[in-house]
Design a protein around this ligand. Structure first.
Ligand code: 4AD
Ligand code: MG
Length: 445
């Protein structure tokens, strides 16, 4: 009897005869032994073929198979400490095999390739160990996000992708032709979330969002996924307490469920283990002081130049990077200048030049992974803000209505999935955290 298994569950089958359907990742030969690294999408394991056992003909066939040939193998699972793989420590003693397709000349070798070449071959690159590990981690992060929110009283309400107006500035809109009317791909679901909380209390949307970002940084995609929780009867302090619990849960859950994948990425997990409440909280004013002090202290002239900043300026990545280096876990920066933030943020009581905004910056130089705020709850202030930002009032009437009929203090935030995954994985660029990245210079494959 043989059982068809997924490699990720191989530990349960030691001593049993199993069938694995997959692809050849690589192979090496030692005399009469052929070691085949097999992958099936859920893991990688070592298949061992022994010439006297399987016969010359099959041995020769297997020996000649090229990388990424598809095949089905059957054999007994053995524990072997030295066997590589994910999970490691297991191998299959091949008894029989059926080749579906012998592939020769697979374009991606196990050697180094340039990133442009790899991105051109993204449809194949996804099969590589590191990319595979990243996508598995991404799925777990996504699952953790949903589990946390669903078990904390949130209702998942989907928000539209085709929208008539901007919510996060007019400079990054992707235009679409909506039956001869101008429309845009959503930059955020937030404004609709604000309508939804007045109906359902706590809600979240989680979907793709679009920004025509003209920047070629390692943090920007043109299409990215954002989870946006929004809560009625929630102020800025409630928001920070909620965010730190949320992010800690995501990180700890990923650590628990994706150890093997993090190991493939050679991630230093000790940093992630620190990610527990409370997170440090500093005001924008204090952040500026800290940045000035860092500038004073450095002898690196280039860095000094990059870190130039005055009160009122928004942070660039170098500022966020240097600030986060001072902490061993994510840090909140709150109370940004009103002028650098979106139109809908609640003014700081007694200091209208700043607002009740808060960004969460990830450590190790990763920077902003969450942007959020308490929202304006007064209809007259909101109308004024819409005017000040020169937004077309007619498009925002419904949004102002929310403040006319039972307005309450409320808050919410958006967490960028790709930036969060990049940080958890410890990788350089967000483009590897999504299966088919869309950037300024790329929308293929
Ligand atoms: O700070 P942002 O622009 O906030 C909003 O859109 C709010 N409406 C969210 C809310 O309060 N409901 O974006 C939120 C997060 C950022 O912190 C970042 O993680 C991610 O979305 N993000 C991007 N990720 C990848 N590529 C881009 N171009 C991104 N722009 C924002
Ligand atoms: Mg932001």
């Amino acid at each position: 009897m043989t059982t068809e298994i997924a490699i990720e569950n191989i530990a349960q089958y030691v001593g049993q005869k199993v069938t694995i359907k997959g692809w050849l990742y690589s192979s090496t030969r030692k005399g009469k032994l052929l070691f085949m690294r097999l992958r099936d999408g859920t893991g990688i394991t070592q298949g061992v073929a022994f010439r006297p056992e399987i016969g010359d003909e099959l041995f020769e066939t297997l020996k000649r198979l090229g990388q990424e040939s598809s095949l089905i193998v059957t054999g007994e699972v053995r524990a072997n400490d030295r066997a590589p793989g994910v999970p490691k420590g297991y191998e299959v003693n091949i008894e029989s095999a059926q080749v579906l397709q012998d592939t020769q000349d697979y374009p991606i070798g196990l050697k180094e390739h340039g990133v442009d070449f790899l991105l051109d071959h993204r449809h194949l690159w996804l099969r590589s160990r590191r990319q595979w590990a990243i996508m598995r981690i991404r799925a777990t992060v996504k699952r953790a996000i949903i589990d946390f929110l669903d078990s904390h009283g949130f209702l998942n309400v989907d928000t539209p992708i085709i929208t008539p107006s901007a919510a996060e500035g007019t400079s990054t809109l992707f235009e679409v032709d909506y039956f001869d009317e101008k429309a845009y791909l959503a930059q955020t679901g937030q404004l609709y979330n604000e309508a939804n909380i007045m109906a359902f209390g706590k809600v979240y949307c989680f979907g793709p969002t679009f920004r025509a970002e003209k920047s070629k940084t390692r943090r920007h995609l043109a299409e990215f996924w954002m989870v946006e929780p929004e809560m009625a009867f929630f102020d800025l302090d409630d928001l920070m307490a909620f965010e730190e619990a949320f992010v800690s849960y995501i990180v700890q859950t990923t650590l628990e469920k994706r150890r093997a994948e993090l190991e493939v990425l050679e991630r230093d997990v000790s940093v992630l283990e620190n990610v527990k409440p409370p997170f440090p909280r500093i005001s924008y004013d204090e952040a500026i002081e800290r940045l000035h002090a860092i500038r004073e202290a450095t002898e690196d002239e280039e860095l000094k130049e990059l870190l130039k900043i005055e009160w009122g300026d928004d942070f660039g990545s170098p500022h966020e990077t240097e600030l986060t280096k001072q902490f061993d876990r994510p840090v909140f920066v709150y109370g940004y200048p009103t002028a650098v933030k979106a139109f809908y943020m609640e003014p700081w009581p007694g200091r209208p030049e700043i607002c009740k905004s808060v960004d969460l910056l990830a450590p190790e130089g990763y920077g902003e992974i969450i942007g959020g705020s308490e929202r304006m709850s007064d209809p007259d202030l909101l109308v004024e803000a819409i005017r000040r930002h020169e937004l077309p009032m007619a498009h925002y009437q419904w949004y102002v209505d929310l403040r006319r009929y039972g307005s309450v203090p409320h808050s919410g935030f958006g967490l960028g999935l790709e930036r969060t995954v990049a940080w958890i994985c410890g990788i350089d660029h967000v483009r590897e955290t999504i299966a088919f990245p869309r950037t300024l210079t790329r929308m293929r494959p």
